[in-house]
Write a protein that binds this ligand. Structure first.
Ligand SMILES: Nc1ncnc2c1ncn2[C@@H]1O[C@H](COP(=O)(O)OP(=O)(O)OP(=O)(O)O)[C@@H](O)[C@H]1O
Length: 624
C-alpha cells in the first residue's frame, strides 16, 4: 500500500533542472484539451479574434509611417493654406485624410477586439474552473478513506484545490502568448525588410531576462511546494481561531493567544522565504532589463544615424524605432510570459497528479450478485489490519462469524480495535491479512455500492449537517429525500420523532447555528437524528458505533427496544461502553489490544468470570 505515500516534508524536492522545467510543459496539452472541452465555440472565437488582433499593431504602425511620410512630403511641396476650410477641401490632402481615418478605425478596432477577447477569456476561465472543481470533488469522492487520513494526500489535495482557483489566468496568458507571437512575426517581417541585424541585437539583449525569470519561477514553486504543510496549518489555525464550532473551547481555555502566536510564527517563516526570492528576483530582473535597454538605445542611435545619412525617411525612422521598441517589449513579455507559463505548468502538476491517485478499494469488473436476504452471514477469517505507516497492528487474528439476523455487541477498552473492525466490515478498509467473507465469498467480490447500500453504519463521530431536520435524516439514503413517509418512519424508529416534535418548524427546521434561523440541538438529540439515518436504508446489516453515548438511559433503552422490535430479521453490530445496551445483544465479542479475548452471551460471559465479567463488575460497582 505504502508506495504512493511519502513522508510529509521529507518528500523529494520538486523539479529543479532547466530541462525538467520544460518537461512540465507536457501539462499544457491536457490543460488546453480541458479548456476546449469546456466550450469549443468560445475557444474558436477566442483564437480567431486574437489572430485578427495580433495583426493590428504592425498595421497601425505602418499606417503611422505612411502618415508621417505624407506629412513630410506635403510640407516639402508647400501649398499651405491660411484658413481651415481651404485645408479640408484641398484634394492634395485626400490621401492624408484617408490614412488618418484608417488609423482611427484600426485603433477603435484594436480596442474593441481586445475587450471582446478578454471577455471571452474570463468567461471561459470561469467555466473551466467550475468544471475542474466538479472533477476534483468527484475524484476526491472516489478515493479511499485511508487516503483522507494521509497527510501527504491532504497536502496534495490542498495544492490541487489552490491550482483550480489559481490557474484561471493561465488560459489568457497562453492565448496572449500565441497572439503576441503572431504580432512579433509580423513586426519581425517588417524589420527584416529594413534591417535584419536589429533582430539579432534584440535577441542577445533578451536572453538573460528569460533565463532569470525561468530560474526564479522555479524557485517560487519550490518554496510554495515545500511549505504546503505549513500553509495547511495556517488555514487550520485560522479556522479554529475563528469558527463557531471551536469558539466555546477556545474561549474557555483562553487559546486565542496560543493560536495567534503560532499563526504569526508560521506566517513569518513563509513570508521570509518568499521575500528572499522576491528581492533576488527584483535585483537580477533590474540588471537584465537594463541590458535590454542598452541594446534598444544602441539600435536607436544606429537608425537615427542612417536616417541622417539619407538611407531612411522620417516615416521609416518612426516605424523602425517604434517597431524595435514594440518588438523588444513583446519579446520580453513573451519570454517572461513563457517562463511564467512554464512555472504555472509546474503547478498544474499538482492538479494532474492528484487526479492520478487511484483508489485501491473498488468494485470488481463482474461483481457477484448481492444476497437478498443474506443467508449465512459474515465470516472474519484470521483478519489483521495495520493503518498505513503504523507500526502496530490495530487488530489481528480476528476469527468469528456474524450470523444472519444476529445482534452482536463489541466491547473493549479505548483503542481495543472496535471501530477498526467495523470499518473493515463495511469495506472502508481492506484487511492487511486474512479474509472477510459474506455468504462464503470475499467482500471484495461484491459491488462496492451495493455492499455499502446494504450496510447502515453510524459512526461515533457522525456528521452534524447544517441542513433541515428532514434532510439530516435523509442523508442516510439521499435519493429518498422526498420520501416524507420514509423519513418519518426512520425518525420514529430512532426516537428522533420526539426531538423533531419540539422543533418550531418540525421536519423543515434548519439545524445548527451556521445559517440564519437554525436551531442547535443537544448532543443526545443530534445522536437520535443520526441514528435515524441508518433506518433510512434497506440495510441488511446495521452498525452502530457508540451512537448512544450521549443518550440518557431512558432514551437508550427505548432506542434498543425499538430496534429489537422492528429489526428482528436484520443483523446488527453495536459498539457501546454501556453494559445495559450490550447485554441486549445475542452475542458479545470482547476485544483487547486488537485481539478477540472472549465471545459469548452476556450471561455466559459473566458466568465465565473473565475480562467481560471484570469490565461489567467495574461498571456495576459504579452504580452501587
Ligand atoms: N486512522 C488511524 N490511523 C492510525 N491509527 C489508527 C487510526 N484509527 C485508529 N488507530 C489506532 O488503531 C487502534 C484501534 O483503534 P479503534 O479506533 O479501532 O479503537 P476503538 O476500540 O474503537 O476505541 P474507542 O473505544 O476509543 O473508540 C488504536 O491503537 C488507534 O490508535
Amino acid at each position: 500500500m505504502g508506495g504512493r505515500r511519502g513522508q510529509g516534508r521529507s518528500e523529494p524536492p520538486p523539479k529543479q533542472s532547466l530541462r525538467e522545467r520544460f518537461v512540465a510543459l507536457r501539462n499544457l496539452p491536457p490543460f488546453l484539451r480541458g479548456i476546449w472541452q469546456t466550450s469549443p465555440a468560445m475557444s474558436i472565437a477566442s483564437i480567431v479574434l486574437r489572430l485578427l488582433r495580433a495583426l493590428l499593431p504592425v498595421a497601425t504602425l505602418y499606417v503611422g509611417k505612411l502618415i508621417i511620410d505624407e506629412v513630410t512630403h506635403l510640407f516639402r511641396t508647400g501649398g499651405l493654406h491660411a484658413d481651415l476650410s481651404a485645408w479640408l477641401s484641398d484634394p492634395l490632402l485626400h490621401r492624408l485624410w484617408w490614412l488618418l481615418a484608417l488609423e482611427f478605425a484600426l485603433a477603435v478596432g484594436a480596442d474593441l477586439l481586445g475587450r471582446i477577447v478578454s471577455l471571452i477569456d474570463s468567461l471561459l476561465s470561469e467555466l473551466y474552473t467550475n468544471a475542474t472543481s466538479v472533477q476534483l470533488m468527484e475524484h476526491a469522492a472516489s478515493l479511499d478513506l485511508e487516503d483522507f487520513e494521509d497527510a501527504d494526500l491532504q497536502d496534495k489535495l490542498d495544492r490541487a484545490r489552490r491550482q483550480v482557483a489559481g490557474r484561471s489566468s493561465l488560459l489568457s496568458q497562453l492565448l496572449g502568448q500565441a497572439q503576441d507571437m503572431v504580432t512579433i512575426v509580423s513586426f519581425a517581417v517588417g524589420l527584416m525588410i529594413y534591417a535584419p541585424w536589429l533582430i539579432v541585437l534584440l535577441l542577445v539583449a533578451l536572453v538573460p531576462v528569460f533565463v532569470g525569470e525561468l530560474h526564479f519561477n522555479a524557485q517560487s514553486y519550490a518554496v510554495n511546494y515545500q511549505w504546503t504543510p505549513e500553509r495547511r496549518e495556517l488555514d487550520y489555525l485560522r479556522m479554529i481561531g475563528a469558527s463557531a464550532q471551536s469558539a466555546k473551547e477556545v474561549k474557555s481555555f483562553g487559546l486565542n493567544r496560543f493560536l495567534i502566536d503560532r499563526y504569526r510564527v508560521l506566517s513569518q517563516s513563509i513570508y521570509r522565504a518568499n521575500r528572499l526570492i522576491a528581492v533576488r528576483r527584483a535585483g537580477w530582473g533590474g540588471l537584465f532589463t537594463t541590458i535590454g535597454t542598452i541594446g534598444y538605445y544602441a539600435a536607436y542611435a544606429v537608425i537615427a544615424l542612417r536616417t541622417v545619412q539619407g538611407h531612411f525617411t522620417i516615416g521609416d525612422l518612426t516605424f523602425l524605432s517604434a517597431s524595435f521598441r514594440r518588438l523588444r517589449s513583446l519579446l520580453e513579455g513573451l519570454l517572461v510570459g513563457f517562463s511564467q507559463v512554464a512555472g504555472q505548468a509546474l503547478y498544474l502538476d499538482d492538479l494532474f497528479s492528484f487526479f492520478q491517485i487511484k483508489p485501491e478499494i473498488f468494485s470488481p469488473q463482474n461483481p457477484r450478485p448481492f444476497p437478498h436476504p443474506i443467508r449465512e452471514g459474515f465470516v472474519f477469517d484470521n483478519v489483521g489490519f495495520r493503518y498505513p505507516d503504523a507500526e502496530r497492528w490495530a487488530v489481528r487474528h480476528l476469527s468469528f462469524k456474524l450470523h444472519a439476523g444476529e445482534v452482536l455487541a463489541l466491547v473493549g477498552e479505548n483503542g481495543a480495535g472496535k471501530t477498526t473492525l467495523v470499518k473493515l466490515l463495511s469495506r472502508l478498509y481492506d484487511p492487511s491479512e486474512g479474509r472477510i467473507l459474506l455468504d462464503g465469498h470475499p467482500l471484495a467480490e461484491y459491488d462496492l455500492q451495493e455492499l455499502r447500500a446494504n450496510i447502515g453504519v453510524i459512526f461515533q463521530d457522525f456528521m452534524r449537517y447544517f441542513l433541515s431536520a428532514a434532510n439530516n435524516i435523509a442523508v442516510g439514503r439521499i435519493e429518498a429525500r422526498e420520501d416524507q413517509a420514509r423519513i418519518v418512519d426512520a425518525a420514529r424508529r430512532s426516537v428522533a420523532d420526539e426531538v423533531i416534535a419540539k422543533l418550531p418548524k418540525g421536519y423543515e427546521q434548519m439545524l445548527g447555528k451556521l445559517f440564519k434561523g437554525g436551531v442547535d440541538l443537544s448532543g443526545g438529540e443530534w445522536q437520535k437524528i443520526a441514528i435515524a439515518r441508518a433506518y433510512m436504508r434497506d440495510a441488511q446489516l446495521l452498525i452502530l458505533d457508540e451512537p448512544t453515548a450521549a443518550l440518557d438511559a431512558r432514551s437508550e433503552f427505548e432506542v434498543f427496544q425499538r430496534f429489537k422490535e422492528l429489526s428482528h430479521d436484520k443483523s446488527a453490530v453495536i459498539i457501546s461502553h454501556r453494559f445495559s445496551t450490550v447485554r441486549m445483544a445475542d452475542r458479545i465479542i470482547v476485544l483487547d489490544d486488537g485481539c478477540i479475548v472472549e465471545i459469548g452471551s452476556h450471561d455466559a460471559l459473566v458466568a465465565a468470570g473473565g475480562h467481560y465479567a471484570e469490565l461489567f463488575e467495574l461498571q456495576a460497582a459504579g452504580y452501587r
